[in-house]
Design a protein around this ligand. Structure first.
Ligand code: DGL
Length: 266
């Protein structure tokens, strides 16, 4: 019988955003085999209802369980606020890592006392995000900015166009005007915009995302459950609920190479 630790970890997002988290997981835990689902047939989660997102998350979770996944990473802030509580209730013995905008580290890092949050409409409107602000941001001013349209552009592999620049500069302008010196990237798609953000923001503005913290939390949970893989580098496999060819085309840009991509039909 194979050791429990050799089973894969399931990681998913509405699309390619979770690849920014997958990269951190692979860097920290190279022996883990990883299964990645991009639910790209249903982007953007950020503009969908929490009920719809919960249904999608359960389908993906069931798929990973059928594949024998030993743990689940919800590599999406929007899906976490909508569904992680339900997922944990449904699968109480399954290690599940969710993610949320890094309000606590940002509140600790700001010198101007003003923190900006770029995230999806769904994340910013959620009760979970409001609770996060109550808990960690009482001493700072937080300026939130929903960013409709960014995810759709990133999903096409667009990280550099003038259209993207115009949209993004419109989203960061109010944060800069408010005096933010720390900006939370509260959606897993946005770390891919760091090169463009570097051209739009003054150099003293600090960007904070949670990919590395999620990888560390996964490491902690796997260790606690005695499920860490050991041995040679694990395999990474990809599925998408949109056209596999589009993910195959984008992977070399956002991941290392174009690995095999299968269709996720649910
Ligand atoms: N990447 C997702 C997140 O972290 C959201 C993208 C979407 O709106 O589909 O919130």
């Amino acid at each position: 019988m194979p050791e429990a630790g050799s089973a894969p970890v399931g990681v998913f997002d509405s699309g390619v955003g979770g690849l920014s988290v997958l990269a951190e997981i692979e860097r920290l835990l190279p022996a883990e085999s990883l299964l990645y689902v991009a639910d790209a047939g249903h982007i953007p989660y950020g503009e969908k209802s929490p009920e719809f997102i919960r249904e999608r998350c359960i389908l993906v979770a069931e798929f990973f369980r059928a594949q024998g996944a030993k743990a689940l990473v919800v590599a999406c802030n929007t899906a976490t606020v909508a569904a992680v509580a339900d997922l944990r209730q449904r699968y109480p013995a399954w290690p599940i890592v969710g993610m949320e905008p890094a309000v606590k580290p940002a509140a600790a890092a700001t010198r101007s006392g003003v923190v900006g949050v770029l995230a999806t409409t769904g994340t910013l409107q959620s009760a979970k995000f409001a609770a996060l602000l109550d808990r960690f941001a009482s001493d700072v001013r937080v300026v939130t900015q929903p960013c409709p349209g960014l995810v759709e552009l990133i999903e096409t592999g667009d990280l550099h166009s003038d259209t993207l620049r115009e949209l993004l500069s419109g989203y960061v302008a109010p944060l800069l005007a408010a005096g933010c010196d720390t900006i939370i990237l509260g959606c897993t798609h946005y770390p891919f915009l760091k090169p463009m953000l570097a051209t739009l923001l003054p150099p003293e503005v600090v960007l904070i995302d949670t990919g590395a913290a999620v990888a560390r939390q996964l490491q902690r949970l796997l260790t606690q459950h005695d499920l860490l893989a050991s041995g040679p580098a694990g395999q990474v496999q990809f599925w998408t609920s949109a056209c596999p060819k589009s993910l195959r085309n984008i992977l070399p840009k956002l991941w290392k190479n174009s690995e095999s991509v299968r269709s996720f039909e649910m």
